[in-house]
Design a protein around this ligand. Structure first.
Ligand code: DNO
Length: 389
């Protein structure tokens, strides 16, 4: 049995339309109700309308990415129990509409973080990039987080200071917008809002955040098990502590802790090779082997790191991640299952005609289409060579 080829769509305002997606050869859609504020209930009516829209084009809604977790759940403060009850009801509503894989993350404050959204590659295409010097520049000189300078090595501090001196008001605003970019179609944070959110985590260290995640999972997994939903926690991107915030989904130890602390059938992972591949410590094929059928969803993407840990997003089959080895492990897991694990080509370079269009960073059409085509070919080759079908 093969994997299921899916495609992330940001809803009706996505410049890549459902008609476009049909031509990529993707079989299923990954999406969310991005207009619903974080934490609020997804109603059956809203879910059904979105599902019907997708089905009217001959596609299916296979995976939700993401039902975002309210910050009060992550910090276990304020009305967290109220938000958890809403989360449970959203899971029930999704199951009622026949949607049964739900991706989420437990990154404090920010979702994925980059410092450059259009790094020019040798071939003229553009890629997303993360650089510690610009991250430090943002953290120390723009966000002005108390104690920020203590979190970076001297070499990074020196380069950040140099870059700050050369920066302009406009370049600093631009950097802040990139670091706080968030998810297309969702509310963007301002610097004062970001400071307020960071303050909520003042007393939350790694252990406390882990406990909050385990509490959340112990609350929602009985519902997910009952209605047949598979949960898929996305790793932290990048898999490092940033902005003084603890990150708790970075490597195999973190996943082992999360999966064993709440041993429910529904408790599983989104295996994102781009996020996990940004760490020198992660051996991805080995992680896939260890996680086995706890992998409920897969993001395939590649990264190229330099010695300092800065990284850019490379071609899907280029970069540091051995995509052949990862694909082989995922397909090996797939052979023992009765249903297809969905994967999507994650991010892609802005290239060809897309360079002239306004696109969602990482989510333009042609770069992902190239990725999907390459990954689909890789899959076919591995399946045939192993006598799988
Ligand atoms: C970035 C994405 C992430 C992911 C969420 C899952 O492109 O992979 O934003 O959707 O972290 O909750």
């Amino acid at each position: 049995m093969k994997l299921r080829q899916t495609w992330r769509w940001f809803g009706p305002s996505d410049p890549v339309t459902l008609d476009d997606i049909l031509q990529t050869g993707a079989e299923g859609i990954v999406t969310a109700l991005h207009h619903v504020p974080h934490g609020e209930l997804w109603t059956v009516d809203d879910i059904r309308k979105r599902k019907e829209l997708i089905m009217s084009k001959g596609l299916t809604w296979d995976v939700v990415e993401s039902v975002t977790i309210h910050e009060e759940i992550k910090t276990r403060s304020g009305r967290y129990q109220h938000w958890i009850e809403l989360y449970k009801q959203t899971l029930r509503n999704l199951a009622e509409c026949g949607i049964n894989i739900v991706t989420y993350n437990f990154m404090p404050v920010n979702d994925w973080t980059r410092t450059n959204l259009d790094l020019t590659m040798k071939d003229g295409s553009k890629a997303l990039y993360f650089n510690w010097y610009d991250m430090a520049l943002f953290d120390i000189y723009i966000l002005e987080r108390p104690g920020a300078a203590d979190d970076y090595p001297a070499e990074v501090l020196a380069e950040a200071e140099k870059r700050f001196k050369q920066s302009t008001k406009e370049s600093r605003e631009n950097l802040a917008n990139i670091v706080m970019f968030g998810i297309p179609g969702e509310k963007k944070a301002s610097i004062p809002e970001m400071r307020q959110k960071l303050a909520l985590y003042r007393d939350i260290d790694r252990n406390a955040l882990r406990e909050n995640l385990v509490y959340f999972l112990s609350q929602i997994t009985p519902v997910a098990d009952e209605v047949g939903i598979k949960l898929a926690i996305h790793p932290d991107d990048p898999p490092y502590d940033i902005l003084g915030l603890p990150r708790i989904v970075r490597n195999m130890d973190d996943y082992a802790y999360i999966l064993s602390s709440v041993p429910a059938a529904s408790n599983g992972a989104c295996f994102c090779t781009g996020s996990l591949g940004a760490s020198f410590d992660n051996d991805l094929p080995d992680m896939a082997r260890k996680m086995g059928n706890k992998i409920h969803f897969v993001h395939l993407r590649n990264v190229k790191k330099d010695a300092a840990g800065n990284f850019y997003e490379d071609d899907h089959l280029g970069g540091d991640v051995d995509m052949y080895a990862v694909m082989t492990e995922i397909l090996r897991i797939q052979q023992g299952l009765g249903s297809s694990i969905p994967f999507r080509p994650d991010h892609g370079h802005q290239m060809l005609d897309d360079l002239k269009k306004s696109t969602n960073p990482g989510y333009s059409c042609i770069g992902r289409l190239r990725g999907l085509a390459e990954l689909r070919g890789l899959e076919l080759g591995i399946v045939k060579a192993n006598g799988w079908n």
